[in-house]
Design a protein around this ligand. Structure first.
Ligand SMILES: Cc1cc2nc3c(=O)[nH]c(=O)nc-3n(C[C@H](O)[C@H](O)[C@H](O)COP(=O)(O)OP(=O)(O)OC[C@H]3O[C@@H](n4cnc5c(N)ncnc54)[C@H](O)[C@@H]3O)c2cc1C
Length: 150
């Protein structure tokens, strides 16, 4: 069972976690990021990003439907669902891929895979391996947590 000391343990490499980690770094702290699921964030993989791409396709279809009101007649409308989804997935993969790359660029010693569970006020267990944080001399976890904007 290994231990790892850090000023702040960030649980979850989602949008919030990645931003929190950046803020800790900006303030000269050492963060450890723990993620149990796939990298890429909910937003980019299955949330905001693919939803917005689908909405964009629906808006394009809607504009075509209403074009005759403006004297614009685009001809027979045809919605190719497979093409819509292909584009959604391609763009989603591009965006999520960039987030995965950014996350994987974090040094291995500051990035743990596994499920985090509190085992004490300043200690987390990650899949049974205890990792501590907030134990560095002169630093308390709340110093970082209370930093403005963190
Ligand atoms: C379909 C859909 C559409 C959306 N559209 C929008 C939108 O248009 N605009 C908008 O603002 N928001 C939107 N959202 C919401 C947005 O995606 C979320 O608010 C955002 O992703 C939350 O980010 P997060 O960092 O808190 O969580 P996440 O990105 O979900 O990250 C949390 C991470 O923590 C990990 N985790 C959790 N517990 C542990 C643990 N104990 N140990 C280790 N890892 C753990 C999880 O595996 C996960 O990867 C949408 C969501 C969905 C589902």
């Amino acid at each position: 069972m290994g231990t790892l000391n850090a000023d702040v343990a960030v649980v979850g490499a989602g949008t919030a976690g990645l931003n929190a980690r950046r803020e800790v770094e900006k303030r000269g702290g050492r963060a450890v990021l723990v993620e149990s699921g796939p990298y890429g964030t909910t937003c980019a993989r299955v949330g905001c990003m693919p939803a917005k791409l689908l909405i964009a396709a629906a808006e394009a279809a809607h504009a075509l439907e209403h074009a005759p009101l403006f004297g614009v007649h685009p001809g027979d409308r045809r919605i190719d669902g497979r093409a819509v989804m292909k584009r959604v997935r391609r763009e989603r993969d591009r965006f999520a891929g960039a987030v995965v790359e950014e996350t994987e660029a974090i040094p291995a010693g500051q990035r743990l895979r596994g499920r985090a569970r509190f085992v004490g006020p300043t200690a987390l267990a990650v899949d049974g391996r205890v990792r501590t944080y907030g134990e560095l001399p002169g630093r308390r976890p709340q110093d970082m947590a209370e930093a403005p904007g963190a």
